[in-house]
Design a protein around this ligand. Structure first.
Ligand code: FO1
Length: 322
């Protein structure tokens, strides 16, 4: 079975680790593809930074900083201090020494003409990831946030301002010229099941869905599409998705996010939706919308709970007739 996950960042990395663990435990020949959000990416000090990709790469490689959720384990920041002294990197954004190795290699390959997809393939070939990562698009679609203080790159809003500046909207610059990458197109069109990771619905899932052609690929896919809520009992599991959801007028709840994604039967993207047991009340109204909903434990605390969540998502998908 070909399993395709859509998302990016820490929640997606944890979910994909659980899925990989589940596949390993069952000894099946299932494969995992991940269509990764590139809206977080930005140019800094002449380097291309790709947070949602790198969180997945490092987590699957087992070299990630599990505390911070981004960057490398065992990191040092000697070059970062110099970059801050020169002022080419603001002091609120840290590029660790090992992490810089990735950014420099990626930028060198891009400058030499490699596509983002090619860069993903080269970076991923260094470790046995157990999954294949594809950018949603090879085009640059950096997310910018519109605030009363003007428009700024998502990273400045998210890291410098901790999303505390009220956002009026999120736009992916250049999105109208973007197209799905070949890998993303293939991973969705030929999936046996598509899973939306418990990622930020607005800035991690949203930019992927905004790439022209991605929604058509999803609606044309023969695979059941199941999402996992990143909101438990009205709170985000991690990060600041609540500030993002509020900005687009969506309540921070498992039910509201599913309604935001929409039922496939009525032009949305979901056949199924996993909510935490504390959100069991969302199941009936969502089923009435055409979204088959199950309440299961959603907290991913370790390999066992993450693998169980992956199993629950696949079980829900297998029960959905396409
Ligand atoms: N997040 C922070 O809160 N502070 C940082 O200094 C920081 C540096 C950083 C460097 C590379 C990278 O790939 C990610 C980094 N992040 C940092 C995380 C990132 O800005 C966001 O958390 C993600 O984009 C959210 O999905």
């Amino acid at each position: 079975m070909r399993i395709t996950v859509i998302g990016g960042g820490v929640g997606c990395a944890r979910f994909v680790l659980g899925l990989r663990e589940h596949v390993r435990r069952t000894g099946s020949d299932d494969t995992i593809d991940v269509v990764v959000n590139t809206g977080d990416d930005w140019w800094l000090s002449g380097l291309r930074i790709a947070p949602d990709h790198d969180s997945l790469l490092y987590a699957l490689a087992g070299v990630n900083d599990t505390e911070r959720g981004w960057g490398r384990a065992g990191e040092s920041e000697r070059v970062a201090a110099e970059l801050a002294a020169w002022g080419t990197v603001p002091d609120w954004f840290t590029l660790g020494d090992l992490d810089l190795g990735t950014h420099i290699a990626r930028t060198a390959w891009l400058r030499a003409g490699a596509s983002v997809s090619e860069v993903y393939a080269r970076l991923g070939s260094r470790w046995p990831l157990g999954a294949t990562l594809h950018p949603a698009t090879d085009a640059e679609i950096d997310t910018h946030v519109d605030t009363d203080d003007g428009s700024m790159h998502f990273q400045e809003w998210w890291v410098r301002h901790r999303s505390a500046l009220p956002a009026r909207g999120f736009t992916q610059r250049g999105i109208e010229l973007a197209a799905p990458s070949a890998g993303a197109r293939d991973a969705i069109a030929n999936a046996d099941v598509v899973l939306f990771a418990p990622s930020n619905p607005v800035v991690s899932i949203g930019p992927v869905l905004a790439v022209p052609g991605i929604r058509d690929l999803l609606s044309d896919s023969r695979a059941p599409i199941v999402g996992v809520s990143g909101i438990i009992d009205g709170s985000v599991v991690r990060g600041m998705a609540d500030a993002c959801l509020t900005a687009i007028g969506v309540e921070t709840s498992a039910r509201a996010v599913a309604e935001h994604y929409g039922a496939r039967a009525s032009g949305g993207i979901l056949d199924g939706w996993l909510v935490d047991e504390t959100d069991v009340a969302a199941a009936d109204p969502l089923r009435a919308l055409g979204i088959t909903t199950r309440a299961v434990p959603l907290w991913m605390r370790d390999a066992d709970s993450s693998a169980q969540l992956a199993r629950d998502a696949l079980a829900l998908a297998s029960g959905i007739a396409r």
